[in-house]
Ligand binder design. Structure first.
Ligand code: ATP
Ligand code: MG
Length: 264
């Protein structure tokens, strides 16, 4: 697909506008020096920079597969920025987040996708389930859909809980070829009747070159606290993990089909 993932813009955060209350990771609406509003995800929040890595890789893989994802940018926070913030908790968060954070273009007026209100086409539902099985994204449930409707179209947000293997790094090779059993709680599983078609369409798009390209986007400073590995070694693990999941996609497709049979 002709999606250009070669560049991620960097903006300077100029104003903390307001917290996004639903968010478990204390995201906020912020304004940047390009005049736009963003949903800002802080590296100093609970899951640290790993959540930002997952957000970037998950979001850019989704975009490369043709899904609508708000533009992702790197958001630079200066050390001085938090000092004038009156709320102490927010001030702590800002100070712990000096440097590069991640921000998504804020879709003003978007509403949370509600499966009861909006019936999705089975092709799109199946593709989204396929994506989340690939990414091991546990965060697309009925309670918390992490999808937005904006101008009558569906947008994917919040991939921060994807690729959860990186919280331990343990036997990642084995984890790469595992089914994604949490798919049983996916909000779109019932509608996902075209999983084989989704697999046939999406799998060939995720070539080794594309994966490498997307993984290269992750900045060193988000990989430095990954523990044992250097940033380059950490990137190699992400690349191999994602590549192995794509290669073994029939395993997660079968699990999703089986889970679906149990609920319909
Ligand atoms: N780009 C955006 N445009 C409009 N609204 C957004 C955007 N990003 C996030 N939001 C709103 O902010 C909420 C929290 O954002 P997000 O889901 O990314 O954060 P989170 O901390 O990972 O959330 P949680 O852990 O609750 O799923 C979203 O549910 C959505 O309502
Ligand atoms: Mg969310």
């Amino acid at each position: 697909m002709g999606v250009d993932t070669s560049t991620i813009r960097t903006v300077q955060v100029t104003r903390y506008v307001t917290p996004l209350r639903e968010g478990g990771s204390l995201p906020a609406i912020a304004e940047a020096d390009d005049g736009f509003l963003y949903a800002l995800k802080f590296r100093g929040a609970g899951q640290g920079s790993k959540a930002l890595v997952a957000e970037l890789l998950g979001g850019e893989i989704a975009r490369a597969l043709g899904f609508r994802v708000p533009e992702i940018v790197f958001a630079q926070l200066d050390e001085a920025f938090g000092r004038t913030e009156p709320d102490e908790e927010i001030q702590d968060l800002l100070q712990a987040s000096t440097g590069l954070n991640l921000a998504l273009h804020f879709l003003s007026g978007a509403i949370t996708f509600d499966p009861v209100v909006t019936k999705l086409d089975p092709v799109l539902a199946s593709r989204i389930v396929w994506l989340d099985c690939l990414l091991t994204n546990v965060d697309r449930t009925a309670k918390n859909t992490n999808m937005l409707m904006w101008h009558k179209e569906l947008w994917l947000i919040d991939h921060g809980a994807a690729l959860y293997f990186h919280h331990t790094w343990d036997n990642w090779k084995e984890q790469a070829s595992k089914p994604f059993i949490q798919v049983k709680d996916h909000v779109l599983l019932r509608q996902a009747s075209q999983l084989e078609e989704a697999d046939a369409e999406l799998k060939p798009l995720l070539t080794a070159t594309l994966i490498q390209h997307i993984v290269r986007l992750v900045p060193d400073e988000w990989l430095e606290d990954h523990g044992v590995q250097s940033p380059e070694e950490a990137r190699a693990v992400y690349r191999q993990f994602i590549g192995a999941r794509v290669a073994a996609s029939e395993i997660f497709v079968k699990e999703a089909q089986d889970a679906r049979k149990r609920i319909i």
